[in-house]
Design a protein around this ligand. Structure first.
Ligand code: PLP
Length: 425
C-alpha cells in the first residue's frame, strides 16, 4: 500500500483510476514500460517518486514555457490565491488577460470561451472540416476519424460518441490541397468553419505548407466559412504572436477568422480562451444568441498565472533565445543521428520541436504513423534511462522552456548519442 516506487504507484493507481492515469498518453501504452509518477519540478527538471531527475521536454505539454516554478509566476499565483480561489463573478484580471492576448495577437478584437458553436451560430451552418492528425480536445463532434472515401463523413474515434453527433464533421488529410478543394466543391455552402492546428503538435510536429494554408484561406473567404486556428499548443509557443504571426510573415495579409488558445495563456493552470473579430464575438452570450458559460471560467488564480507568464515571455529577446536553444537541440539530434548513421528528420519553431525516425519530414498523419516506431520506442527508453524525459509517443511534439540551459541541451545530446548508438543494426 505504501510502495512509493513508480511501479508500486502505478499498480495502486490502476485500482482506483481507469488505466491508472487521468489522460491516456500518460500511461506509456505507446512506448511500453512504467509511467513515471512525478513528485516535483523546478526549472527544466522533473523528479519522479523515486528521486530520479529528468530534463523535461514535455513542459506539461506546452504551458511551462518559463520552466517550472518561475519566481514571478509563483509570486503572482500565491498573491492571487490569498485573495480568493474562485468567485464566480467578473474580475479585473480577466480584462487584463484579454487585453494582453489581444495586444499580442493582431486581428483579435475580443477574447472569451466554445469556438465551434460560435462558428455555427455566426454562420447559420452546421458542417465543419477538420484534418487527420489534428487534435482539438475531447469534444464529441471532434473525436472523429476519416470515413472510407473522400465524400463520406467521419466516424467517431471514441465509444460513447453517437454517429449523429459527428455527421457534420468532415475529416481531410493535412496538407492536401486537392482533397480540400474537393470538399469545398461539394459542401461549401454548408460549411460553418474549418478548424486546423496551423503547426500541428498532435502528430509530432508538422507544419501546414504555405500553398495549403494559402488555399485554405482563399476557399474559406470565397465561401463564407470561418477559418479557425487551434493555437492551444502553438499559441505563444512557436512565436509571441502564435503560428498566425508565422503565416502572416509568409502569406501577405494572412489572418484566421477565429483563434483558440490554451496552455501557455494559463501558464500551467487550467485556462482557455478563444477570440476573433468583434462581429463574430458579439454573437456570443450575453450579447448574442450563442450560449457559453463556466463556473470556474476566468478563475482568478489561473488568470494571475497566465498574465505573469505572458508578461515574462513578452520581454525583448525571449523568443529569440528560446528559438535558438530549441533549434540547437534539434540540430544536435540530427547531427548525432548522422554520426550513428540512423535516418532522422527534425524541425522546430520557437520553443516547440519534433523529430522522426524517417529520412524526410512527414507532411501528414499517415506518414508520421509510418515512421519507425520500434526505433522511437527504444530511443525514448534509452533517453529516459539517461535522465531525459521526452513525450512517450511518436505522435507527440516536444517543448523546450526558457529554463533549459546550454548545459541541459549538451546533457541531452550526450544522452542522445549514447541512445542512438544502441539503436544501430
Ligand atoms: C491543439 C490542441 N487543441 C486542443 C487541445 C485540448 O486541450 P485540453 O486538453 O486542455 O482540453 C489540445 C491538447 O493537447 C491541443 O493540443
Amino acid at each position: 500500500m505504501n510502495d512509493k516506487t513508480n511501479a508500486g504507484l502505478f499498480e495502486r493507481a490502476q485500482r482506483v483510476i481507469p488505466g491508472g492515469v487521468n489522460s491516456p498518453v500518460r500511461a506509456f501504452r505507446a512506448v511500453g514500460g512504467t509511467p513515471r509518477f512525478i513528485a516535483r519540478a523546478q526549472g527544466a527538471y522533473l523528479w519522479d517518486a523515486q528521486g530520479q531527475r529528468y530534463v523535461d521536454y514535455i513542459g506539461s505539454w506546452g504551458p511551462m514555457i518559463l520552466g517550472h516554478g518561475h519566481p514571478a509566476v509563483l509570486e503572482a499565483v500565491t498573491k492571487a490565491a490569498a485573495d480568493g480561489l474562485s468567485f464566480g463573478a467578473p474580475t479585473e484580471r480577466e480584462i487584463e488577460l484579454a487585453e494582453a492576448i489581444i495586444a499580442l495577437v493582431p486581428g483579435l478584437e475580443q477574447a472569451a470561451m466554445s469556438a465551434i458553436r460560435l462558428a455555427r451560430g455566426a454562420t447559420g451552418r452546421n458542417r465543419l472540416i477538420k484534418f487527420e492528425g489534428c487534435y482539438h480536445g475531447h469534444a464529441d463532434a471532434l473525436l472523429v476519424k476519416a470515413g472510407s472515401g473522400l465524400a463520406t463523413f467521419g466516424n467517431p474515434t471514441s465509444a460513447g460518441v453517437p454517429p449523429e453527433v459527428v455527421q457534420h464533421t468532415i475529416v481531410l488529410p493535412y496538407n492536401d490541397v486537392a482533397a480540400l478543394e474537393a470538399a469545398f466543391s461539394e459542401h461549401a455552402r454548408e460549411l460553418a468553419c474549418v478548424m486546423v492546428e496551423p503547426i500541428a503538435g498532435n502528430m509530432n510536429f508538422v507544419r501546414a505548407s504555405v500553398p495549403f494554408m494559402t488555399r485554405l484561406r482563399e476557399l474559406c473567404t470565397a465561401h463564407g466559412a470561418l477559418l479557425v486556428f487551434d493555437e492551444v499548443m502553438s499559441g505563444f509557443r512557436v512565436a509571441l504572436g502564435g503560428a498566425q504571426s508565422v503565416y502572416a510573415r509568409l502569406i501577405p495579409g494572412f489572418a484566421p477568422d477565429m483563434s483558440v488558445f490554451g496552455k501557455v495563456i494559463g501558464g500551467g493552470m487550467p485556462l482557455a480562451a478563444f477570440g476573433g473579430s468583434r462581429a463574430v464575438m458579439s454573437q456570443l452570450a450575453p450579447l448574442g444568441p450563442v450560449y457559453q458559460a463556466g463556473t470556474l471560467s476566468g478563475n482568478p488564480v489561473a488568470t494571475a498565472c497566465g498574465l505573469a507568464t505572458l508578461h515574462e515571455i513578452a520581454k525583448p529577446g525571449f523568443f529569440d533565445a528560446l528559438s535558438s536553444r530549441t533549434r540547437g537541440l534539434v540540430d544536435g539530434l540530427l547531427e548525432a543521428a548522422r554520426e550513428a548513421e540512423i535516418p532522422l528528420s527534425g524541425d522546430s519553431e520557437g520553443g516547440m520541436f519534433g523529430f522522426f525516425f524517417h529520412d524526410s519530414l512527414p507532411q501528414n498523419y499517415g506518414t508520421v504513423m509510418s515512421t519507425d516506431k520500434d526505433r522511437f520506442n527504444r530511443f525514448f527508453h534509452g533517453m529516459l534511462e539517461r535522465g531525459v524525459y521526452l513525450a512517450p509517443a511518436l505522435y507527440e511534439a516536444g517543448f523546450v522552456s526558457a529554463a533549459h540551459s546550454a548545459d541541459d541541451i549538451a546533457f541531452t545530446l550526450e544522452a542522445a548519442r549514447q541512445s542512438l548508438r544502441t539503436l544501430r543494426g
